[in-house]
Design a protein around this ligand. Structure first.
Ligand SMILES: Nc1ncnc2c1ncn2[C@@H]1O[C@H](COP(=O)(O)OP(=O)(O)OP(=O)(O)O)[C@@H](O)[C@H]1O
Ligand SMILES: [Mg+2]
Length: 621
């Protein structure tokens, strides 16, 4: 039996969900409507109030014209007709002004959404981005973006306009015929009660459906990205069917909810009919008994009709808002995720110069590992201490899953370790201004990340603005030649050759070499190389390795180099061997051995000997 705990049918539950919707809407207006847009909106409202007022005068003028006709009073009749003409002309001008500022406000809102979402997305630390099951996904952001835009249009233009029109037409009605105004007002109150009910209905039922949609869209995005694997695995037909099935099932659920919602809105339409009829009956009776002029019937019926129509428009706005709220909720959750890496306001700015790094008793376990274990935390890193002196090149050697890439994540501060500290030039990494540290680092990741654009753009991507603007082609070619990444004569347009989406036009090895070139161009003081040469053939690998060595020597940069292939780290100054964390005795450090030569490694490290044996590396190598 499925029970949905989030569904609270009590009155308190109704109000809670109303409050939540209200809260989300306030957040979306506060965060995403900027000062300029507010300025334009004020003008939109100013002109639209004027325009509504003018259009509301029309039925009254028609009534006046009728009075003139009944009384055979030419002056009144002519005045009414001329005034009608003027109101149409003036109304048209006011509508033009309203439309003009709506367009400006709309543009400003979209700009604000685009800017804010981008800014908040990139302000989150990488640990949050890489967390499994997280909400900071492309699909979630895109859907939130669209819904935010829709909600803003719905409320700021449709909703406010209907609200203003309702208040004005109801006020005029109350002035002319208080009882008719009361009838429409009661209709409005009943509508509000319906809204509360329907809002709660949607909020409670849509949340799980939204979650399923999110999962589906994430999977779809992943499969689209991985089209090569899907097709080469012969799974494309199956995937299409599977995705269609999952989508159809979820859509069915979604549709059921919305059809019930639409059915629930029916009484409102009937209610509107009842209230206009009641006003008609009342006004007719008033005329019948001689308490009201027949010409008053026109404005009374028109204004009550307009009021009820605006109530229905408001209901439509409310429906759109309800439809968007679940996506806005998850967008808000994603954007409000608290960074688990906080930068100290008085952070230390690192200066250009030699870099030393020290890991001191670092312990860490990823969250899921802790939950799954009944024996306490399962560590990925345990009691890890080692040092990289200025200019030293240190190889990190260890089994797959041993935590090498995790060490890199700490160094780049994707997240902080649970215990222990990392010192850069003697300062705790937590106290250092991150940007100043990242400026010193050249990072080459396991996966090349090439952007669509030219080779040049990709190579200089990590340089500060002024260097990007001033760097000459000769400087770029020099580094490329040094690293043997000049691609022979394959580049059709030299540095301006386009590399395609995800570097599609480059081979795996070429893409990796571009990443190496990009890191090298930064002239970093500290290099982090995670399996950099893994997709190169033996010849290129040796050449690139030589280039990296040369570069590191020239720059006096320190480095941490991770490689599965031992041959790529042979020329390092120091070797740090990690043991598999599962094999540690209680309290034992994860570092099996720190050596300064291959011979020393062979002598002291069992893990290394095992890896070397697998690769056929000998002590004399
Ligand atoms: N985001 C994550 N959430 C949970 N567990 C993770 C996460 N990233 C890595 N792990 C786990 O932490 C352990 C260490 O992973 P890490 O990527 O640091 O290994 P590695 O030494 O770089 O391996 P390889 O040599 O294969 O690249 C692995 O067991 C992995 O399953
Ligand atoms: Mg790794």
């Amino acid at each position: 039996m499925s029970t949905d705990k989030s569904e609270d049918k009590s009155l308190i539950g109704y109000f809670k969900s109303m409050h939540e919707t209200w809260d989300i809407l306030r957040w979306s207006m506060r965060e995403f409507v900027n000062e300029n847009a507010r300025g334009y909106l004020k003008r939109v409202y100013f002109w639209s109030v004027l325009s509504r007022l003018v259009s509301l005068l029309n039925p009254w003028l028609v009534g006046l014209g009728m009075t003139g006709l009944f009384a055979h009073d030419k002056q009144i009749a002519l005045f009414a007709v001329s005034a009608l003409f003027v109101t149409y002309v003036v109304g048209t001008i006011f509508e033009w002004r309203t439309g003009h500022f709506i367009e400006l406000a709309l543009g400003e809102n979209i700009r604000s959404i685009e800017h804010k979402i981008n800014a908040i997305f990139f302000s989150k630390n990488l640990g949050l981005h890489l967390r499994e099951g997280g909400k900071l996904t492309q699909e979630n952001m895109e859907k939130g973006w669209n819904r935010l835009d829709m909600v803003q249009k719905s409320i700021l233009f449709g909703g406010v306009d209907s609200g203003v029109s309702l208040v004005l037409s109801l006020s005029m009605l109350v002035i002319l015929s208080p009882i008719s105004g009361l009838i429409v007002f009661v209709c409005l109150l009943l509508n509000i009660l319906f809204s509360i009910y329907l809002n709660q209905f949607i909020a409670s039922r849509m949340e799980p459906v939204e979650k399923r949609f999110r999962r589906i869209f994430r999977k779809r995005g992943e499969r689209w990205q991985g089209v090569e694997r899907v097709i080469t695995s012969g799974r494309h037909m199956e995937e299409v069917e599977e995705m269609n099935k999952e989508f159809s099932e979820t859509l069915e659920e979604d549709r059921k909810i919305w059809l019930r919602y639409i059915l629930g809105t029916m009484p409102r339409g009937i209610l509107a009919g009842v209230s206009v009829s009641l006003v008609g009956l009342y006004a007719g009776w008033q005329v019948w008994i001689g308490h009201m002029a027949i010409s008053d019937i026109v404005p009374i019926l028109t204004w009550s009709g307009m009021s009820t129509q605006q109530i229905r428009f408001l209901a439509r706005t409310e429906r759109e808002v309800s439809w968007c709220t679940p996506s806005l909720k998850s967008l808000r959750e994603a954007l409000n995720l608290e960074c688990d890496v906080q930068e100290n306001p008085d952070a230390i700015e690192l200066k250009q110069g030699p870099v030393s790094v020290e890991f001191k008793n670092v312990c860490h376990s990823y969250e899921h590992a802790r939950k799954d274990s009944d024996k306490g935390p399962v560590h990925v890193l345990f009691n890890l201490s080692f040092e990289v002196k200025p200019g030293e090149k240190v190889a990190l050697i260890g089994p797959s899953g041993g935590g090498k890439s995790t060490i890199v994540r700490f160094l780049l501060r994707y997240m902080d370790p649970m215990l222990g500290s990392i010192l850069i030039n003697g300062f705790n990494l937590k106290d250092i201004a991150l940007q100043s540290w990242r400026n010193l680092v050249g990072y080459i990741s396991q996966q090349p990340r090439i952007f669509d654009g030219t080779l040049r753009e990709n190579l200089i991507y990590g340089l500060p603005l002024h260097e990007r603007q001033t760097i000459t082609d000769e400087e770029i070619w020099k580094i490329m030649r040094l690293l043997r990444i000049d691609f022979g004569n394959r580049l059709t347009h030299g540095l301006e050759t386009r590399v395609g989406r995800n570097g599609m036009k480059l081979s795996g090895g070429e893409a990796q070499r571009v990443m190496i070139g990009a890191a090298a161009l930064k002239r970093p003081r500290f290099m982090i190389i995670d399996e950099a040469t893994s997709s190169l053939d033996a010849e290129n690998q040796a050449a690139v390795q030589e280039g990296i060595d040369l570069l590191l020597q020239q720059q006096e940069a320190s480095a941490i180099i991770i490689a599965h292939r031992l041959s790529t780290v042979m020329r390092c100054d120091k070797f740090v061997v990690l043991k598999p964390v599962e094999s540690l005795a209680p309290g034992e450090s994860q570092i099996e051995c720190v050596a300064h030569s291959i011979e020393e490694l062979f002598e002291h490290s069992l893990t290394f000997r095992k890896l070397a044996e697998l690769e056929g590396v000998r002590a004399a190598a």
